[in-house]
Write a protein that binds this ligand. Structure first.
Ligand code: ZN
Length: 178
């Protein structure tokens, strides 16, 4: 197992559209294990392959309290979605930034597991939000794209500054990041 480097905004590689996974082999299994390790260490609740500079349609998630429900979605497709949920999101690729984003409240997703087997799953609440956030990564999209360009520029400057200085310390209640 190995921890992978997570790309950070505004790295242009985060804008790459991911290609379908076609080979369900040992290398894919290794990538999935490494992505889980990287996500749990961060710590985060979700990680898309795009964020670790692998441009394949694959994401991992675990939104459970005790970090005991790992989920893998390969070549995911949202079949249906409904409801509206506005919640504060954070992203491992946009550190220390938290903003409200509107998403569907419930989704039904079809994907493949690590062996290539097709399954369907209903998700709601945080899991639904996280899945939509990660699927955006596979399209080269970031949650800050939902904000105004003025706000996005402000975030970019803030991140530049915090990379030069010490990491921001924060006393806020942490929002899960994905
Ligand atoms: Zn993210």
């Amino acid at each position: 197992m190995a921890r992978l480097e997570i790309l950070e905004f505004p790295d242009p590689r985060l804008r790459t559209k991911a290609q379908p996974v076609e080979q369900f082999d040992a290398a894919l299994g290794q990538l999935i294990d490494d992505m889980f390790e990287t996500m749990y260490e961060a710590p985060g609740i979700g990680l898309a392959a795009t964020q670790v500079n692998v441009h394949r349609r694959l994401l991992v998630m675990d939104v459970s309290e005790n970090k005991g429900q790992p989920l893998v979605f390969i070549n995911p497709q949202i079949l249906t979605s409904d409801g509206v949920e506005i919640s504060e999101e954070g992203c491992l690729s946009v550190p220390q930034i938290f903003e409200e984003v509107q998403r569907a409240e419930r989704v039904r997703v079809r994907a493949q597991d690590r062996h290539g087997k097709v399954f369907e799953q209903d998700l709601d609440g945080l899991a639904a939000v996280c899945l939509q956030h990660e699927m955006d990564h596979l399209e080269g999209k970031l949650f800050v794209d939902y904000l105004s360009s003025l706000k996005r520029d402000r975030i970019r400057r803030k991140l530049d500054k915090s990379r030069r200085a010490q990491p921001l310390s924060s006393s806020r209640i942490p929002t899960p990041v994905a």
